[in-house]
Design a protein around this ligand. Structure first.
Ligand SMILES: C[S@@+](CC[C@H](N)C(=O)[O-])C[C@H]1O[C@@H](n2cnc3c(N)ncnc32)[C@H](O)[C@@H]1O
Length: 344
């Protein structure tokens, strides 16, 4: 049995835990902001099937810590000096090549009197002295030591794979305003429906991240976007993922070519009016929700990522007075959008 940390997007931790239970049969776990600590004995190649996990690292050590009693630089040094990487290194080298370099990724906003870069410098010096390995500042693909300081605990771990799990190699065309694949995967899980022979549509598909993730989850996927370049990228990405690129069109989400009641599910990342500008969000939300009502079956499941969930909730309620609506608060890249899950 090994203790791992699954890193994910803030706000989707419980959805991620659900996936860990389902795919790895994880029994022992602890949910923290943006991460889940879990114990598992499965073959690590199975971890590549996880869609809501940004990255996985192997736990080296954890130390209790209280925010109210900030650590002194001397205490930090003592902790770093006590680290022993030999077991984790052996574990990682069992399934990929590891050379004699290491890097450090730090998330430690809770240490007083020591900046994150100072902590990194000290950690790099101590690890070099202890192991003889060479510190690389930019390349994080070999042996990346992750130091996370949380409310009550310090965690030191090492990235399991060379690349983060959220890097989807098969689709990577143009990323403007693209939703992170792990967040898209979490939205698809929130549909809570059996994907078998279900049609899913995203009328703001952009470069197709949601469609690619929905395809991986077993849906028959259809999409549209007003921007021809985005549609061209979405087609390439869907083809590379083994999907059908003929089901994506250049069209306006408020006036689509889709037939009435054709789709079972909707997953959409609305324009946030930041990178993608919109004249009036109210008008757009109203017309899009109406259009989604027309093209979906009764008993539909819809999941929306949006910036103005108050406004969208009001509009959804006026269109579907009996809908059950649940909200999730997300935090990603300095933005705080919401996910709305709508069941009608
Ligand atoms: C937030 S992005 C969606 C990104 C997408 N989920 C992805 O991962 O690439 C919003 C998209 O809405 C598109 N858009 C804006 N207004 C639209 C409209 N009226 N009809 C269809 N697409 C529209 C933009 O071109 C942009 O690609």
């Amino acid at each position: 049995m090994t203790t791992y940390i699954a890193h994910t997007v803030r706000g989707i931790e419980e959805i991620c835990l659900d996936e860990l239970h389902e795919k790895l049969h994880v029994s022992e776990s602890q949910v923290l902001p943006k991460k889940i600590i879990f114990v598992n004995g499965q073959d690590v190649t199975l971890f590549h099937d996880l869609r809501t996990v940004d990255d996985i690292s192997v736990l080296v050590a954890d130390f209790p810590f209280e925010r109210a009693f900030p650590l002194s630089p001397e205490q930090c040094e003592k902790m770093l000096e006590s680290l022993d990487f030999s077991e984790v290194r052996e574990k990682i080298s069992a399934h990929r090549e590891v050379n004699n370099t290491f890097s450090i990724t730090i998330s430690a906003p809770l240490i007083k009197g020591m900046s994150q870069s100072e902590l990194q410098q000290v950690a790099a010096q101590i690890i070099t002295q202890k192991t003889g390995w060479e510190f690389t500042e930019k390349d994080h693909s070999n042996f990346d030591v992750r130091i996370n300081v949380e409310e009550h605990e310090w965690y030191v771990s090492v990235r399991l794979f060379q690349q983060p799990l959220h890097d989807r190699k098969q689709y990577n065309e143009s990323k403007t305003a693209a939703v992170r694949p792990t967040l898209a995967a979490a939205m698809i899980r929130l549909l809570g429906v059996n994907s078998e022979s279900k049609r899913l549509v995203d009328n703001f598909c952009g470069t197709g991240t949601i469609l690619c993730e929905a395809l991986a989850a077993g849906y028959e996927v259809w999409g549209g976007d007003i921007n021809p370049e985005a549609v061209s990228d979405a087609k390439k990405n869907l083809l590379a993922s083994g999907g059908n690129s003929d089901q994506i069109f250049v069209q306006d989400a408020t006036k689509t070519k889709w037939s009435d009641h054709y789709f079972d599910a909707v997953v959409t990342n609305f324009p946030w009016n930041e990178k993608v500008k919109v004249a009036s969000l109210t008008t757009l939300y109203k017309n899009v929700v109406k259009e989604y009502r027309r093209i979906t079956t009764a008993g539909r499941s819809m999941v929306f990522l949006c910036k103005r969930s108050d406004l969208l909730t009001k509009i959804v309620k006026s269109e579907f007075p009996h809908a059950e609506i649940n909200k999730y608060e997300i935090s990603i890249n300095g933005q705080d959008p919401h996910i709305l899950v709508v069941k009608t």
